[in-house]
Ligand binder design. Structure first.
Ligand code: PHE
Length: 465
């Protein structure tokens, strides 16, 4: 009874958002495609040897992507709950409550640094508009100045959280989804134009070789662990993001097709980002292992070579900011749904508006600590020589996301009645077939958990060595 009440309560607040199937796909794609594809993927790939990383990344996407997205969608759709109540309500026992908290922890930490990087993007957009970006010669020190300017970054993160918080407060996500239906394809087209321009640069072949030529002897357990973490981050796996969206999924939506669409589009954008960045890196004599500033140092040099350099920069950074904002909306939604769901049975439940305020303030604090730590003041915000951005990132990508993904897979495979899984898969012809169902069960029960554990243990051993 309690389950019913809470799920109804939550569904009615957002039901209208996903009146169409395409709406949900676009929202899931909008949430998945973001800084992870355009900012994080290139620098992690650059740090981990390019081609060797790409091949492992694609294998991870194939192996984990679709099955884990399907897993999260099934749990969300069948429970109709946020991550707070999804696991316990679907399995009928409270033993899985830790997983809800672990997903929440991953979401909070990721949102903390995501908002900071969105602030970097906002700053580059403003510089592009003012024209100062095209005139900047030393892009490395330009980025260094920005990332150590705590006052400015705090201001941008306030703007970012006020913007996203207001969108959720006024419940205008539907408008944003409509907008992103137009803007996401535009981002893709813009990236294709940039890729073509980059490929015309002298020496672009060296960069392409770096990115596409897989040297298998270079694959190490550390690279495999990084690829798995990046795959989860980019596809938003291990946060309960798709559980949250699954709860609003139209009944007859084909989960398999939806998941495959999200995986394909997300991967295409990441690979395209690599095709832009690496040829440019080599053409301009930069280092692919630059770290988090990679795209911020490389992209402005690409615009400088394009027709209408200033306008190109403005268009690209506007679209990047929008892609970041749609991802933050999903991240915040996970936390807000958690808060309303977890307090819905109390005498004084926290309503959606209050939850939006609490979440926005909380995330701002987590982000502010991250910004101050990256800027280096106060010095005690660095722990064991690493700043909080590195800690947030490592804790989530290396530990929380793989652990959450592993637990979610085992949970669905072993602790959820088979009939529930069969029923959820039955919306697609392949999922209806005996072969499809057996394959899915084999994946979530054995194959996916086995590989996550193997990659995790090997990677940790090497990290420790
Ligand atoms: N997948 C997003 C990206 O690649 C990040 C994200 C993670 C968004 C979890 C929502 C939930 O940028």
């Amino acid at each position: 009874m309690q389950n019913e009440q809470t799920s109804n309560n939550k569904l009615t607040t957002k039901k209208s958002s996903f009146s169409s199937k395409l709406g949900l796909v676009m929202a899931a794609v909008g949430g998945a495609v973001g800084l992870g594809n355009i900012w994080k993927f290139p620098y992690i790939a650059g740090d981990n040897g390019g081609g060797a990383f790409l091949i492992v990344y694609l294998i991870c996407v194939l192996l984990f992507g679709t099955p884990l997205l399907i897993t999260e969608f099934i749990i969300g759709k069948q429970s109709g709950r946020s991550i707070y109540g999804a696991f316990s309500s679907i399995s009928g026992n409270k033993r899985w409550q830790w997983l809800s908290w672990s997903c929440l922890a991953a979401t909070i930490l990721v949102t903390g640094f995501y908002l900071m990087v969105t602030g970097w993007c906002i700053s580059y957009l403003i510089d592009a508009i003012s024209g100062s970006l095209v005139q900047t010669e030393d892009l490395t020190s330009h980025f260094a100045d920005l990332s150590s300017n705590s006052g400015l970054l705090l201001l941008y993160s306030v703007i970012g959280i006020l913007l996203t918080g207001s969108i959720l407060w006024f419940d205008i996500n539907k408008g944003i989804e409509r907008l992103s239906k137009i803007l996401m394809p535009l981002l893709f087209i813009m990236m294709i134009i940039m890729a073509i321009r980059v490929l015309m640069l002298p020496d672009s072949g060296i960069g392409l070789k770096f990115f596409f030529q897989a040297d298998f002897s270079k694959i190490t357990p550390r690279i495999v662990l990084a690829a798995m973490g990046q795959c989860f981050f980019s596809l938003s796996i291990g946060f309960g993001a798709l559980i949250t969206y699954g709860a609003y999924m139209p009944k007859d939506q084909d989960i398999i097709v939806t998941s495959t669409q999200v995986v394909i589009l997300d991967t295409l954008v990441a690979v395209l980002a690599g095709v832009i960045i690496f040829p440019a890196v080599f053409a301009f004599g930069l280092n692919p292992a630059e770290g988090p500033q990679l795209v911020f140092v490389v992209l402005p040099s690409v615009f400088a070579k394009m027709h209408m350099a200033r306008l190109s920069g403005i268009i690209f950074f506007s679209l990047l900011c929008i892609a970041a904002i749609t991802s933050i909306l999903l991240l915040l939604e996970i936390i807000i749904a958690f808060i309303t769901d977890s307090t819905s049975h109390r005498k004084h439940p926290i309503n959606r508006h209050k939850a939006v305020v609490i979440t926005s303030i909380g995330i701002f604090i987590v982000c502010a600590l991250c910004i101050l730590s990256v800027c280096g003041t106060p010095s005690w915000l660095k722990i064991a020589g690493k700043n909080l951005f590195e800690w947030y990132d490592m804790t989530t990508s290396t530990f929380l996301m793989p652990i959450n993904a592993l637990a979610t897979s085992l949970f669905l495979g072993w602790f959820v009645p088979k009939t529930i899984i069969q029923q959820s898969l039955a919306t697609s012809p392949f999922g209806k077939s005996k072969y499809g169902q057996q394959l899915f069960l084999f994946l979530v029960r054995y194959l996916v958990p086995f590989f996550i554990v193997a990659i995790f243990i090997n990677g940790i051993i090497q990290l420790g060595a």
